[in-house]
Design a protein around this ligand. Sequence first.
Ligand SMILES: Cc1cc2nc3c(=O)[nH]c(=O)nc-3n(C[C@H](O)[C@H](O)[C@H](O)COP(=O)(O)O)c2cc1C
Length: 452
Amino acid sequence: MTRLGQMRLGLSMRYHGYHLAGWRHPDVPAAGTLDYRYFLDTAQMAERAKFDMVFLADGIGMRVRDEPEGSLCRSAQTIDLEPLTLLSAIAANTHHIGLVATASTTYNEPFHVARKYASLDHISGGRAGWNIVTSWSDEEARNFGREKHLDYETRYERAAEFVQVVTGLWDSFEDGALVRDKETGLYFDPAKLHVLNHRGKHFSVRGPLSSGPTPQGRPILVQAGAAEQGQAIAGAYADVVYSMAFDLVSAQKYYASVKEKAARHGRSPDAVKVLPGFTPYVGRTEAEARAKYDEMRRLIHPKVGLAVLYNYLGDLSDYPIDGPVPEPDGNVRIRSIGKGLFEMSQRDKMSIRSLYEFMMAGNGGRVLVDTPGQIADDMQVWFEAGGADGFNICPSHLPGGLQDFVELVVPELQRRGLFRTEYEGFTLRENLGLTPYVNRHQTLASSSQAAE
Ligand SMILES: Cc1cc2nc3c(=O)[nH]c(=O)nc-3n(C[C@H](O)[C@H](O)[C@H](O)COP(=O)(O)O)c2cc1C
Protein backbone atom coordinates (compact mmCIF):
# COMPACT_ATOMS: atom_id res chain seq x y z
CA MET A 1 0.00 0.00 0.00
CA THR A 2 1.38 3.42 -0.91
CA ARG A 3 -0.14 6.66 0.20
CA LEU A 4 0.14 10.18 -1.14
CA GLY A 5 0.26 13.41 0.82
CA GLN A 6 2.59 14.82 3.39
CA MET A 7 3.58 13.83 6.86
CA ARG A 8 3.13 15.83 10.07
CA LEU A 9 6.04 16.67 12.31
CA GLY A 10 5.93 17.46 16.01
CA LEU A 11 8.84 18.35 18.26
CA SER A 12 8.88 17.03 21.79
CA MET A 13 11.02 19.60 23.59
CA ARG A 14 11.32 18.29 27.09
CA TYR A 15 14.15 19.28 29.47
CA HIS A 16 17.54 19.56 27.70
CA GLY A 17 16.46 16.80 25.31
CA TYR A 18 15.53 13.13 25.63
CA HIS A 19 18.94 11.73 26.48
CA LEU A 20 19.26 11.67 30.26
CA ALA A 21 22.80 13.07 30.00
CA GLY A 22 21.77 15.73 27.44
CA TRP A 23 22.42 18.56 29.91
CA ARG A 24 26.12 17.61 30.07
CA HIS A 25 26.68 17.98 26.32
CA PRO A 26 29.25 20.78 25.74
CA ASP A 27 26.86 22.75 23.47
CA VAL A 28 23.86 22.59 25.83
CA PRO A 29 23.22 25.48 28.24
CA ALA A 30 22.73 23.63 31.53
CA ALA A 31 20.63 26.48 32.96
CA GLY A 32 18.37 26.51 29.88
CA THR A 33 15.43 24.58 31.26
CA LEU A 34 14.47 27.43 33.59
CA ASP A 35 14.97 30.05 30.87
CA TYR A 36 12.02 30.43 28.49
CA ARG A 37 14.36 31.83 25.80
CA TYR A 38 16.03 28.42 25.53
CA PHE A 39 12.71 26.86 24.56
CA LEU A 40 11.73 29.87 22.46
CA ASP A 41 14.92 29.56 20.37
CA THR A 42 14.20 25.83 19.96
CA ALA A 43 10.54 26.40 19.00
CA GLN A 44 11.57 29.11 16.52
CA MET A 45 14.05 26.69 14.94
CA ALA A 46 11.23 24.13 14.56
CA GLU A 47 8.99 26.84 13.11
CA ARG A 48 11.60 27.83 10.51
CA ALA A 49 11.65 24.14 9.53
CA LYS A 50 7.79 24.25 9.23
CA PHE A 51 7.05 21.75 12.02
CA ASP A 52 3.37 21.36 12.80
CA MET A 53 3.78 21.70 16.54
CA VAL A 54 5.90 21.64 19.64
CA PHE A 55 4.78 19.27 22.33
CA LEU A 56 5.49 19.58 26.06
CA ALA A 57 5.14 16.39 28.09
CA ASP A 58 4.68 16.87 31.82
CA GLY A 59 4.63 15.28 35.23
CA ILE A 60 3.33 17.25 38.19
CA GLY A 61 6.28 17.17 40.51
CA MET A 62 9.43 15.05 40.82
CA ARG A 63 8.55 11.54 39.72
CA VAL A 64 12.10 10.19 39.90
CA ARG A 65 13.17 8.55 43.16
CA ASP A 66 16.64 8.54 44.70
CA GLU A 67 17.20 4.90 43.73
CA PRO A 68 20.00 4.01 44.01
CA GLU A 69 21.00 6.61 46.57
CA GLY A 70 22.90 9.53 45.06
CA SER A 71 21.26 9.24 41.61
CA LEU A 72 18.44 11.80 41.99
CA CYS A 73 20.73 14.79 42.54
CA ARG A 74 22.51 13.85 39.29
CA SER A 75 19.33 13.80 37.21
CA ALA A 76 18.50 16.99 35.30
CA GLN A 77 15.08 15.58 34.38
CA THR A 78 13.72 16.79 37.70
CA ILE A 79 13.44 20.55 37.32
CA ASP A 80 11.27 22.29 34.73
CA LEU A 81 8.79 25.05 33.89
CA GLU A 82 5.02 24.55 33.93
CA PRO A 83 4.06 23.85 30.26
CA LEU A 84 1.12 26.22 29.74
CA THR A 85 2.96 29.15 31.28
CA LEU A 86 5.96 28.41 29.08
CA LEU A 87 3.85 28.06 25.93
CA SER A 88 2.15 31.41 26.61
CA ALA A 89 5.58 33.06 26.44
CA ILE A 90 6.43 31.14 23.28
CA ALA A 91 3.05 32.03 21.72
CA ALA A 92 3.89 35.71 21.84
CA ASN A 93 7.08 35.19 19.84
CA THR A 94 6.09 32.61 17.21
CA HIS A 95 3.50 32.79 14.43
CA HIS A 96 2.65 29.42 12.90
CA ILE A 97 3.81 26.53 15.02
CA GLY A 98 1.23 24.64 17.12
CA LEU A 99 1.66 24.69 20.90
CA VAL A 100 0.65 21.51 22.72
CA ALA A 101 0.89 21.23 26.51
CA THR A 102 0.15 18.26 28.74
CA ALA A 103 -2.40 18.51 31.56
CA SER A 104 -3.57 15.72 33.83
CA THR A 105 -7.23 14.81 34.22
CA THR A 106 -6.48 13.35 37.65
CA TYR A 107 -4.99 16.43 39.30
CA ASN A 108 -6.94 19.28 37.72
CA GLU A 109 -10.52 20.51 37.53
CA PRO A 110 -12.10 20.59 34.04
CA PHE A 111 -13.09 24.25 34.28
CA HIS A 112 -9.45 25.26 34.91
CA VAL A 113 -8.20 23.22 31.97
CA ALA A 114 -10.95 24.48 29.62
CA ARG A 115 -10.23 28.10 30.53
CA LYS A 116 -6.45 27.95 30.33
CA TYR A 117 -6.32 26.21 26.93
CA ALA A 118 -9.03 28.48 25.52
CA SER A 119 -6.90 31.43 26.66
CA LEU A 120 -3.80 29.96 24.99
CA ASP A 121 -5.84 29.51 21.81
CA HIS A 122 -6.69 33.23 21.87
CA ILE A 123 -3.16 34.35 22.78
CA SER A 124 -1.59 32.22 20.03
CA GLY A 125 -4.17 33.00 17.34
CA GLY A 126 -5.46 29.41 17.14
CA ARG A 127 -2.42 27.23 17.84
CA ALA A 128 -3.26 25.61 21.20
CA GLY A 129 -3.48 21.87 21.91
CA TRP A 130 -4.14 19.86 25.07
CA ASN A 131 -2.32 16.57 25.59
CA ILE A 132 -4.69 14.55 27.77
CA VAL A 133 -3.00 12.30 30.35
CA THR A 134 -4.20 10.64 33.54
CA SER A 135 -0.74 10.74 35.29
CA TRP A 136 0.81 7.60 36.68
CA SER A 137 2.90 8.08 39.82
CA ASP A 138 2.35 8.05 43.58
CA GLU A 139 4.83 10.95 43.72
CA GLU A 140 2.26 13.09 41.89
CA ALA A 141 -0.57 11.82 44.12
CA ARG A 142 1.32 13.02 47.22
CA ASN A 143 1.30 16.58 45.91
CA PHE A 144 -2.51 16.51 45.85
CA GLY A 145 -3.56 15.13 49.21
CA ARG A 146 -3.37 11.42 48.32
CA GLU A 147 -0.88 8.73 49.28
CA LYS A 148 -1.55 6.53 46.25
CA HIS A 149 -2.35 7.28 42.64
CA LEU A 150 -6.01 6.70 41.67
CA ASP A 151 -6.72 3.14 40.56
CA TYR A 152 -6.85 2.47 36.82
CA GLU A 153 -10.64 2.20 36.40
CA THR A 154 -11.40 5.32 38.43
CA ARG A 155 -8.81 7.50 36.75
CA TYR A 156 -9.93 6.60 33.24
CA GLU A 157 -13.60 6.97 34.19
CA ARG A 158 -12.74 10.40 35.60
CA ALA A 159 -10.70 11.19 32.45
CA ALA A 160 -13.61 10.35 30.14
CA GLU A 161 -16.00 12.59 32.08
CA PHE A 162 -13.31 15.28 32.38
CA VAL A 163 -12.88 15.49 28.58
CA GLN A 164 -16.65 15.52 28.12
CA VAL A 165 -16.92 18.53 30.45
CA VAL A 166 -13.98 20.42 28.92
CA THR A 167 -15.25 20.00 25.37
CA GLY A 168 -18.75 20.94 26.56
CA LEU A 169 -17.41 24.13 28.13
CA TRP A 170 -15.50 25.01 24.96
CA ASP A 171 -18.84 25.02 23.14
CA SER A 172 -20.31 27.65 25.52
CA PHE A 173 -20.26 30.36 22.87
CA GLU A 174 -21.12 29.77 19.24
CA ASP A 175 -19.04 31.36 16.54
CA GLY A 176 -20.14 34.96 15.98
CA ALA A 177 -21.63 35.25 19.47
CA LEU A 178 -19.56 38.31 20.37
CA VAL A 179 -21.31 41.14 18.52
CA ARG A 180 -19.83 43.96 20.67
CA ASP A 181 -22.14 46.53 19.10
CA LYS A 182 -21.27 49.91 20.59
CA GLU A 183 -24.33 51.54 18.97
CA THR A 184 -26.94 49.27 20.49
CA GLY A 185 -24.95 48.33 23.60
CA LEU A 186 -25.25 44.61 22.84
CA TYR A 187 -22.02 42.85 23.80
CA PHE A 188 -22.90 39.29 22.94
CA ASP A 189 -25.88 37.52 21.38
CA PRO A 190 -27.66 35.65 24.22
CA ALA A 191 -29.06 33.07 21.76
CA LYS A 192 -25.50 31.98 21.04
CA LEU A 193 -24.57 31.39 24.67
CA HIS A 194 -25.07 27.89 26.10
CA VAL A 195 -24.88 26.90 29.75
CA LEU A 196 -23.46 23.40 30.20
CA ASN A 197 -25.21 22.35 33.42
CA HIS A 198 -23.15 19.16 33.72
CA ARG A 199 -23.94 16.82 36.60
CA GLY A 200 -22.02 13.56 36.57
CA LYS A 201 -20.32 11.07 38.84
CA HIS A 202 -17.06 13.02 39.21
CA PHE A 203 -17.94 16.59 38.28
CA SER A 204 -20.66 19.11 38.71
CA VAL A 205 -20.02 22.07 36.42
CA ARG A 206 -22.57 24.70 35.55
CA GLY A 207 -20.65 26.86 33.04
CA PRO A 208 -20.67 28.69 30.75
CA LEU A 209 -16.98 29.14 30.07
CA SER A 210 -16.09 32.82 30.11
CA SER A 211 -13.58 32.63 27.25
CA GLY A 212 -15.82 33.27 24.25
CA PRO A 213 -15.44 31.23 21.04
CA THR A 214 -11.75 30.51 20.36
CA PRO A 215 -9.92 30.91 17.03
CA GLN A 216 -9.81 27.15 16.34
CA GLY A 217 -13.41 26.59 17.48
CA ARG A 218 -11.76 24.54 20.14
CA PRO A 219 -8.12 23.68 20.93
CA ILE A 220 -6.62 20.55 19.37
CA LEU A 221 -6.95 17.40 21.49
CA VAL A 222 -3.93 15.14 21.77
CA GLN A 223 -3.77 11.79 23.52
CA ALA A 224 -0.50 10.18 24.54
CA GLY A 225 -0.26 6.55 25.46
CA ALA A 226 -0.96 3.09 24.29
CA ALA A 227 -3.32 1.51 26.80
CA GLU A 228 -6.79 0.40 25.81
CA GLN A 229 -8.67 3.02 27.87
CA GLY A 230 -6.50 5.83 26.52
CA GLN A 231 -7.23 4.63 23.00
CA ALA A 232 -10.96 4.79 23.73
CA ILE A 233 -10.60 8.51 24.58
CA ALA A 234 -8.43 8.94 21.49
CA GLY A 235 -11.07 7.30 19.28
CA ALA A 236 -13.80 9.55 20.59
CA TYR A 237 -11.96 12.86 20.76
CA ALA A 238 -8.30 13.02 19.75
CA ASP A 239 -7.12 14.99 16.74
CA VAL A 240 -3.57 13.72 17.30
CA VAL A 241 -2.23 10.61 19.01
CA TYR A 242 1.34 10.61 20.22
CA SER A 243 2.41 6.98 20.27
CA MET A 244 5.43 4.79 20.91
CA ALA A 245 6.34 1.89 18.61
CA PHE A 246 9.65 0.14 18.05
CA ASP A 247 8.98 -1.68 14.78
CA LEU A 248 6.78 -1.21 11.74
CA VAL A 249 4.48 -4.17 12.43
CA SER A 250 3.51 -2.99 15.91
CA ALA A 251 3.21 0.60 14.60
CA GLN A 252 0.79 -0.60 11.89
CA LYS A 253 -1.23 -2.56 14.41
CA TYR A 254 -1.55 0.40 16.75
CA TYR A 255 -2.31 2.77 13.85
CA ALA A 256 -5.09 0.53 12.57
CA SER A 257 -6.53 0.16 16.05
CA VAL A 258 -6.73 3.94 16.63
CA LYS A 259 -8.33 4.54 13.21
CA GLU A 260 -10.83 1.77 13.83
CA LYS A 261 -11.78 3.29 17.20
CA ALA A 262 -12.28 6.68 15.53
CA ALA A 263 -14.51 5.03 12.88
CA ARG A 264 -16.62 3.49 15.66
CA HIS A 265 -17.38 7.04 16.77
CA GLY A 266 -18.43 7.98 13.25
CA ARG A 267 -15.19 9.86 12.61
CA SER A 268 -13.11 9.77 9.43
CA PRO A 269 -9.76 7.96 9.76
CA ASP A 270 -8.11 11.20 8.60
CA ALA A 271 -9.59 13.06 11.57
CA VAL A 272 -7.00 11.55 13.89
CA LYS A 273 -3.29 11.79 13.15
CA VAL A 274 -1.02 9.15 14.66
CA LEU A 275 2.53 10.32 15.36
CA PRO A 276 5.01 7.81 16.80
CA GLY A 277 8.02 9.33 18.56
CA PHE A 278 11.70 8.65 17.92
CA THR A 279 15.11 10.07 18.81
CA PRO A 280 17.37 10.73 15.80
CA TYR A 281 21.18 10.81 15.87
CA VAL A 282 21.95 12.21 12.43
CA GLY A 283 25.35 12.35 10.74
CA ARG A 284 26.45 13.09 7.18
CA THR A 285 27.98 9.61 7.26
CA GLU A 286 27.11 6.56 9.35
CA ALA A 287 30.40 7.03 11.23
CA GLU A 288 29.51 10.64 12.08
CA ALA A 289 26.07 9.60 13.34
CA ARG A 290 27.65 6.87 15.45
CA ALA A 291 30.19 9.36 16.84
CA LYS A 292 27.36 11.66 17.94
CA TYR A 293 25.64 8.75 19.63
CA ASP A 294 28.87 7.72 21.36
CA GLU A 295 29.55 11.26 22.53
CA MET A 296 26.23 11.27 24.41
CA ARG A 297 26.83 7.78 25.73
CA ARG A 298 30.09 8.80 27.38
CA LEU A 299 28.36 11.57 29.33
CA ILE A 300 26.23 9.23 31.44
CA HIS A 301 27.05 9.17 35.14
CA PRO A 302 26.91 5.51 36.30
CA LYS A 303 24.54 6.34 39.17
CA VAL A 304 22.03 7.82 36.70
CA GLY A 305 22.51 4.76 34.51
CA LEU A 306 21.77 2.42 37.41
CA ALA A 307 18.68 4.48 38.29
CA VAL A 308 17.32 3.77 34.79
CA LEU A 309 17.55 0.03 35.47
CA TYR A 310 16.29 0.16 39.07
CA ASN A 311 12.56 -0.43 38.49
CA TYR A 312 13.22 -3.39 36.22
CA LEU A 313 16.31 -5.05 37.67
CA GLY A 314 16.61 -3.71 41.24
CA ASP A 315 19.69 -2.11 42.82
CA LEU A 316 22.74 -3.17 40.81
CA SER A 317 25.20 -0.85 42.64
CA ASP A 318 27.16 -3.76 44.06
CA TYR A 319 27.68 -5.53 40.72
CA PRO A 320 30.64 -4.80 38.41
CA ILE A 321 29.32 -2.24 35.95
CA ASP A 322 31.11 -3.82 32.99
CA GLY A 323 30.03 -7.29 34.02
CA PRO A 324 26.93 -9.26 32.98
CA VAL A 325 23.38 -8.23 33.92
CA PRO A 326 22.08 -10.39 36.80
CA GLU A 327 18.70 -12.12 36.47
CA PRO A 328 15.96 -10.08 38.22
CA ASP A 329 14.50 -11.64 41.36
CA GLY A 330 10.88 -11.52 42.51
CA ASN A 331 11.39 -8.23 44.41
CA VAL A 332 11.91 -5.94 41.42
CA ARG A 333 9.11 -3.50 40.64
CA ILE A 334 8.38 -4.21 36.97
CA ARG A 335 9.41 -7.82 36.50
CA SER A 336 7.97 -8.35 33.03
CA ILE A 337 10.18 -5.62 31.51
CA GLY A 338 13.11 -6.72 33.72
CA LYS A 339 12.91 -10.23 32.35
CA GLY A 340 12.88 -8.92 28.77
CA LEU A 341 15.91 -6.70 29.44
CA PHE A 342 17.80 -9.55 31.08
CA GLU A 343 17.12 -11.83 28.12
CA MET A 344 18.18 -9.15 25.65
CA SER A 345 21.42 -8.56 27.59
CA GLN A 346 22.17 -12.29 27.45
CA ARG A 347 21.38 -12.54 23.76
CA ASP A 348 23.38 -9.44 22.74
CA LYS A 349 26.15 -9.93 25.36
CA MET A 350 25.45 -6.59 27.03
CA SER A 351 27.04 -5.47 30.28
CA ILE A 352 25.14 -3.45 32.89
CA ARG A 353 26.74 -0.31 31.41
CA SER A 354 25.87 -1.09 27.80
CA LEU A 355 22.29 -1.95 28.79
CA TYR A 356 21.67 1.41 30.47
CA GLU A 357 23.49 3.24 27.67
CA PHE A 358 21.12 1.59 25.22
CA MET A 359 18.06 2.52 27.29
CA MET A 360 19.09 6.12 27.87
CA ALA A 361 19.71 6.97 24.23
CA GLY A 362 16.05 7.81 23.63
CA ASN A 363 14.76 7.77 27.19
CA GLY A 364 13.18 4.38 26.60
CA GLY A 365 11.81 5.31 23.17
CA ARG A 366 12.83 4.37 19.61
CA VAL A 367 16.27 5.52 18.43
CA LEU A 368 17.65 5.94 14.88
CA VAL A 369 21.42 6.45 14.41
CA ASP A 370 21.89 7.10 10.70
CA THR A 371 22.48 9.35 7.71
CA PRO A 372 19.76 11.81 6.58
CA GLY A 373 18.87 9.58 3.61
CA GLN A 374 18.48 6.46 5.74
CA ILE A 375 16.40 8.26 8.37
CA ALA A 376 14.18 9.75 5.63
CA ASP A 377 13.84 6.24 4.10
CA ASP A 378 12.72 4.84 7.44
CA MET A 379 10.18 7.62 7.97
CA GLN A 380 8.89 7.23 4.41
CA VAL A 381 8.36 3.49 4.83
CA TRP A 382 6.39 3.96 8.06
CA PHE A 383 4.35 6.77 6.51
CA GLU A 384 3.55 4.96 3.29
CA ALA A 385 2.88 1.57 4.86
CA GLY A 386 0.21 2.74 7.32
CA GLY A 387 2.35 2.93 10.45
CA ALA A 388 2.28 6.71 10.93
CA ASP A 389 0.73 9.98 9.74
CA GLY A 390 3.93 11.69 10.81
CA PHE A 391 6.37 11.69 13.70
CA ASN A 392 7.09 13.29 17.01
CA ILE A 393 10.82 14.09 17.00
CA CYS A 394 12.44 13.69 20.42
CA PRO A 395 15.98 15.11 20.03
CA SER A 396 18.74 13.73 22.26
CA HIS A 397 19.76 17.27 23.27
CA LEU A 398 18.51 20.77 22.54
CA PRO A 399 18.96 22.66 20.40
CA GLY A 400 21.81 20.64 18.76
CA GLY A 401 19.88 17.39 18.22
CA LEU A 402 17.02 19.33 16.59
CA GLN A 403 19.42 21.41 14.52
CA ASP A 404 20.93 18.27 12.96
CA PHE A 405 17.44 17.00 12.12
CA VAL A 406 16.20 20.27 10.58
CA GLU A 407 19.38 20.91 8.62
CA LEU A 408 19.89 17.39 7.33
CA VAL A 409 16.66 15.36 7.38
CA VAL A 410 13.92 17.96 6.79
CA PRO A 411 15.38 19.12 3.41
CA GLU A 412 15.56 15.47 2.33
CA LEU A 413 11.89 14.93 3.27
CA GLN A 414 10.97 18.14 1.41
CA ARG A 415 12.96 17.06 -1.66
CA ARG A 416 10.92 13.86 -1.71
CA GLY A 417 7.67 15.86 -1.43
CA LEU A 418 6.93 14.24 1.94
CA PHE A 419 6.97 17.41 4.01
CA ARG A 420 5.75 20.97 3.48
CA THR A 421 7.95 23.89 2.49
CA GLU A 422 5.35 26.46 3.62
CA TYR A 423 2.58 26.45 6.22
CA GLU A 424 -0.81 25.91 4.57
CA GLY A 425 -2.84 27.89 7.10
CA PHE A 426 -2.76 29.99 10.24
CA THR A 427 -4.19 27.70 12.90
CA LEU A 428 -2.83 24.36 14.07
CA ARG A 429 -6.10 22.76 12.95
CA GLU A 430 -5.61 24.11 9.41
CA ASN A 431 -1.96 23.04 9.25
CA LEU A 432 -2.82 19.54 10.44
CA GLY A 433 -5.28 19.34 7.54
CA LEU A 434 -8.29 18.85 9.82
CA THR A 435 -11.78 20.01 8.91
CA PRO A 436 -13.00 23.20 10.65
CA TYR A 437 -14.51 22.56 14.05
CA VAL A 438 -18.26 23.11 14.26
CA ASN A 439 -19.69 23.93 17.68
CA ARG A 440 -22.27 21.29 18.67
CA HIS A 441 -24.99 23.93 19.15
CA GLN A 442 -24.33 25.34 15.70
CA THR A 443 -24.68 21.85 14.23
CA LEU A 444 -28.05 21.49 15.91
CA ALA A 445 -29.15 24.97 14.86
CA SER A 446 -28.07 24.55 11.25
CA SER A 447 -29.65 21.10 10.95
CA SER A 448 -32.93 22.35 12.42
CA GLN A 449 -32.84 25.35 10.04
CA ALA A 450 -32.27 22.97 7.16
CA ALA A 451 -35.32 20.96 8.26
CA GLU A 452 -37.57 24.04 8.33
C1 LIG B 1 4.37 8.78 23.88
C2 LIG B 1 3.82 8.91 25.27
C3 LIG B 1 3.86 10.16 25.90
C4 LIG B 1 3.36 10.31 27.20
N1 LIG B 1 3.40 11.54 27.82
C5 LIG B 1 2.99 11.64 29.12
C6 LIG B 1 3.11 12.87 29.83
O1 LIG B 1 3.57 13.88 29.31
N2 LIG B 1 2.70 12.91 31.12
C7 LIG B 1 2.16 11.82 31.76
O2 LIG B 1 1.81 11.94 32.93
N3 LIG B 1 2.03 10.64 31.10
C8 LIG B 1 2.44 10.53 29.83
N4 LIG B 1 2.34 9.32 29.17
C9 LIG B 1 1.74 8.19 29.90
C10 LIG B 1 0.38 7.85 29.39
O3 LIG B 1 -0.52 8.91 29.47
C11 LIG B 1 -0.16 6.65 30.18
O4 LIG B 1 -0.32 6.95 31.53
C12 LIG B 1 0.76 5.48 30.03
O5 LIG B 1 0.88 5.14 28.67
C13 LIG B 1 0.32 4.25 30.83
O6 LIG B 1 -0.92 3.85 30.41
P1 LIG B 1 -2.07 3.59 31.45
O7 LIG B 1 -2.32 4.93 32.14
O8 LIG B 1 -3.21 3.18 30.64
O9 LIG B 1 -1.53 2.58 32.42
C14 LIG B 1 2.83 9.18 27.87
C15 LIG B 1 2.81 7.93 27.21
C16 LIG B 1 3.31 7.79 25.93
C17 LIG B 1 3.29 6.43 25.28
